[in-house]
Design a protein around this ligand. Structure first.
Ligand SMILES: [Fe+2]
Length: 177
């Protein structure tokens, strides 16, 4: 399944720390297993259930958020050289994992994707963070997952979490129009 995940999410290869890359893949694998999905389901899962008939799947959304994060980080570092520190590996791993909890929040019912019982109780930032915690991801990455959505609004987000939060909403709001 590892090779298939690299094919689906080529940005995984850009995580330079091999241990972090391995653990990021592990979270995806466990979320797939935990949610009862097959690898081929991943491109059929809508990235959100909040926009009817959305044409963007979870993999496309995850990749777009990761790409936006990398570009935002590059622009900020270019302009604010020496005044902003962005940990690229944490940013990328956090971006690639920010919505992994949706594999637990959603379930397949007949041919439709709907909210699972778990999803009604624990939204994806919580289940994703819990899964990442159980698999030993760095706290900086768990923080990005936990704080990327409205759940993190009361928290003091790290710079990496701020970037993922904005990149995520950017990739949501443009489809809400
Ligand atoms: Fe997202």
């Amino acid at each position: 399944m590892k090779q298939e995940l690299f094919d689906l999410l080529p940005e995984l290869r850009e995580i330079s720390d091999s241990d972090l890359q391995e653990k990021t893949i592990k979270v995806w694998q466990e979320a797939i297993k935990g949610g009862g999905w097959k690898i081929e389901d991943l491109t059929l899962i809508p990235f959100t259930l909040l926009i009817e008939n959305i044409s963007v799947n979870l993999i496309e959304h995850t990749r777009a958020v990761a790409m936006c994060c990398a570009e935002i980080a590059a622009a900020l570092e270019k302009m604010y050289e020496g005044r902003v520190t962005i940990k690229k590996d944490y940013l990328l791993a956090g971006a690639l994992l920010h919505d992994v909890g949706k594999l637990l929040e959603f379930k397949k019912e007949k041919e439709r994707v709907v909210k699972s019982r778990e999803g009604k109780l624990l939204r994806h930032p919580i289940s994703g963070a819990a899964l990442a915690y159980s698999l030993g991801l760095p706290q900086e990455v768990i923080h990005v997952i936990a704080a990327h959505s409205k759940e993190g609004d009361g928290a003091r987000r790290s710079v990496e979490a701020v970037i993922v939060n904005h990149a995520d909403f950017l990739n949501f709001d443009i489809f809400k129009l």
